[in-house]
Design a protein around this ligand. Sequence first.
Ligand code: AMP
Length: 446
Amino acid sequence: MFGIFNPGQEAAAPSIYYGLCALQHRGQESCGIAVCDTHGPRGNICQHKDMGLVGEVFHPGTLDALKGNLGIGHVRYSTTGASTVENAQPLVLNYLKGTLALAHNGNILNASEIRQQLSECGAIFRSTTDSEVIACHIARERTRTLRVEDAIYRTAQVLKGGYALVIMSPRKLIGVRDPLGLKPLCLGKRDDSYILASESCALTAVDATYVRDIMPGEIVTITKDGVHSDCRLSQEKRAHCIFEYIYFARLDSVMDGVSIYDARVRAGMALAASFPADADLVVGVPDSGMAAAAGYSKASGLPFALAFHKNSYVGRTFIKPTQKERESAVHMKLAVLQNVVKDKRIVLIDDSIVRGTTIAGLIEMLKKAGAKQVHVRISSPPFLYPCYYGTDVPSNDQLIASSHTTDEICDRIGADSLHYMKIEDFHLMTGDLPLCKACFDNRYPI
Ligand code: AMP
């Protein structure tokens, strides 16, 4: 998610476009931008959204047509609701007291309950998404409140789950973060303009400076008068998603005070300390395992090398729907550098094993290219439990670690040894940051 308020006349859409490009790793199914002119008549929201990557959906013409100094944008990968253009965001809602546009990251646990209550009061839903439930709840509360941010506060009071929201009303840009801080959101500034973004890498992309992370439970309202913060929903208990640090966030982002790159390097160092290997080279799976491989090399003293060439023009293999498509996609995306790996004992690092498809394919490729041994080290513990807060971890029956021991997995993927990072080593990665690590330990914070 990305939102910007330019107090002057400067168009919001170009910055949103660049911001979304920097956030593309967070969702590749659909994307959209909604803008409005805070100097013009109230409620004229203009939007464009479609299926596809940011660079495919937006062109100079489409961006020029999006006139307005205030706007929000979104890239989507679906965790609830089908992957269709109707469910693409931002969601624009016209209601009795006005118009709003909403972008949402996360998953609402009590969405069906809220949907039911709203339906009983006459609300008609056009999609099955949590985002529409949130927008409709805000619209209903808006009839009882003076300001849109109060309606948002009353909605956030009833939402249970992991969420971050970026909302545009005709004169305001509003950001919300769930009280546990499961989902990320940060604030940036460029001249007089304020920006909200899921990750700090999107701020750098538009030449803005990082101001701070939105606090868990905070509602921040940005108007022509500046930034106002409401922390009534803040609580002591916090649980930042560990998966952002392991895999999801971009390497150059800083999230809740922790650099993603540093966290991954430290994870690799922890792996090397716990699970050394008798080997010649350390290599990483591009791109997800590279920083941890650098850390493993640093702590072990083994040389770091590039074992794969990545074809950047093929999409993420994980998002391909069938197992067969996923397998062939691994081979399309990565090619082995045979002269680097031939006759070598390799330590191969990746951030995670989900189904085991990626790593099995890579080991096969390395061995075919003449690698003598492949010792796999994974910079996260075994994935055992699903995520209910909006990270796309497949159901238990597809998680290889939930039905196989580490030795069995080692055998299945064809590795010479396999070790996962210890769950008690997370603090070496993220310091004393309070974490949600339910996908590893089954302890769900909600
Ligand atoms: P798999 O091949 O199913 O074992 O998936 C593991 C690969 O997918 C690793 O290289 C991870 O970096 C990547 N990965 C892990 N979790 C996710 C996720 N939620 N979305 C997309 N890719 C993921």
